[in-house]
Ligand binder design. Structure first.
Ligand SMILES: NC(=O)c1ccc[n+]([C@@H]2O[C@H](COP(=O)([O-])OP(=O)(O)OC[C@H]3O[C@@H](n4cnc5c(N)ncnc54)[C@H](O)[C@@H]3O)[C@@H](O)[C@H]2O)c1
Ligand SMILES: [Zn+2]
Length: 404
């Protein structure tokens, strides 16, 4: 169960002031299960039986079309499950498919169609939207559900490694706009999250691996023991060992959830973004490759870049830098992409725009999380562009040496 705390300091602005203090305790379960809609698994029915206020809960179901293709019986199984639990849920329409992958987040299209569905089927504020899919579909449908009636209850069924170990257990959603990642979005904690580990079996190798980048991310900045575990577990993960992957997903999810619950800033009002280690460049790299790269792949490159940089300014040793970058490569994650060399007509390196965008997003002051040793972090407020370019040079040299 994740509980969010957000202490707001009182500010005196004048003599005649009405003090407003709103404390909103928020808790939601994150369950790990297998065969969520199978006869033996009661996680979902138990949750629905214990949550209010309507019974049966009016419900719409959204399914990532990549997930639906990989599990051709899934929509039928879901519809049958809701029919068998008519005392708990009232399915307003057959499960609705959403384009999977980053195209789900390309502007407001999916958000608008979710709003239209909710209006057409007469769902109220207390109704539920169950979203099964990868991080992109969760983000886009989640934003639609958060906007209708100022927020319906959202049940997430994340179906990729990344969605289970990071995005699906968090409190944010969003879509891409103006060529910028997650430009429009909202903080909207889910009502509940059910990670069905079986769903991961059908992921393409690429998506099976990409989500591990977010596990490395939390390990490098928060948990050295987990980093060592990841290094050890890598061959089994690459060989698609589902039990080892289940361990990775649970532990990374727990670290993400713990950070959100205990950092004191679940809705990111301050500037620090520890969970965005490696992300200032990753978001730019994703946009520059026209989303040819998965988010996790871009994060791996972003972390390699920031590890080179952290070593250059003495935050980590060369040995520690190589440990992380070698571990990412052993996991078959990319640590280089040719767009790092792309320049504007002015000659300025395009990826550096990521620093400006990140600063803009944070509210003027740059705040980049870097490793401070392994398993610890530090926030820096300046990035020396010449050193960033030198870090890119080192990554290119590494890639060339590897290519032979
Ligand atoms: N909201 C947050 O806090 C947060 C955090 C991290 C990342 N994100 C976002 O998450 C997105 C990336 O998510 P992702 O890595 O899950 O990729 P994704 O959502 O793009 O999915 C990758 C592919 O997997 C397919 N797929 C989904 N489940 C499947 C299954 N079980 N079997 C086979 N195919 C399946 C999808 O259709 C898609 O083609 C990015 O947009 C990123 O910005 C959000
Ligand atoms: Zn991320």
């Amino acid at each position: 169960m994740i509980r969010l705390r957000n202490p707001a300091p009182a500010i005196r602005i004048g003599m005649s002031q009405i003090e407003q203090h709103i404390a909103v305790p928020y808790a939601f379960p994150v369950a790990f299960t297998r065969d969520l809609f199978g006869a033996g698994d009661e996680a979902l029915s138990r949750y629905l039986a214990e949550t209010g206020p309507l019974r049966p809960h009016p419900l719409l179901i959204y399914v990532d079309d990549g997930l639906a293709r990989a599990w051709p019986r899934l929509e039928r199984v879901m519809a049958d499950w809701t029919a068998a639990h008519a005392d708990l849920v009232d399915l307003a329409a057959p499960p609705i498919r959403v384009p999977g992958g980053e195209r789900a987040k390309d502007g407001f299209g999916v958000v608008e169609s979710v709003l239209a569905d909710i209006e057409r089927h007469g769902l109220c504020r207390q109704s539920m939207v169950l979203i099964a899919g990868g991080g992109a579909v969760l983000d886009a449908v989640g934003l639609g559900a958060a906007l209708a009636h100022r927020g319906l209850r959202q049940i997430r069924v994340p179906s990729t490694v990344l969605a289970q170990d990071d995005s699906g257990v968090g409190v944010k959603n969003g879509i891409n706009l103006f060529g910028k990642k997650n430009f429009a979005g909202a903080f909207a904690p889910p009502a509940a999250v059910f990670c069905d580990l079986d769903l991961l079996d059908t992921l393409e190798d690429r998506d099976w691996i990409a989500g591990t980048a977010e596990a490395f991310k939390v390990a490098v900045i928060k948990d050295r023991a987990f980093l060592d575990w990841l290094v050890e577990a890598t061959p089994a993960v690459v060989a698609r060992d589902r039990e080892v992957m289940a361990g990775l997903v649970r532990r990374a999810a727990a670290l993400h959830v713990e950070h959100i619950a205990t950092s004191g800033d679940p809705f990111e009002t301050g500037a620090a973004r520890p969970l965005d280690f490696g992300h200032w460049s990753a978001h730019r790299i994703e946009a520059m490759t026209d989303h040819e790269l998965r988010h996790g792949e871009a994060v791996a490159i972003g972390m390699a870049l920031d590890c080179e940089y952290a070593a250059a300014i003495g935050l980590i040793t060369g040995v520690e830098r190589d440990l992380v970058i070698d571990a990412l490569e052993a996991m078959t994650l990319p640590v280089w992409h040719r767009v790092l060399d792309r320049t504007h007509p002015s000659g300025r390196r395009g990826v550096l725009d990521g620093l400006r965008e990140f600063r803009e997003h944070l509210g003027g002051e740059l705040c980049v999380t870097l490793p401070d040793g392994l398993g610890r972090k530090v926030e820096v407020h300046e990035m020396d562009e010449a050193l960033v370019l030198a870090a890119i040079d080192r990554l290119r040299a590494r890639a060339l040496a590897r290519a032979g």
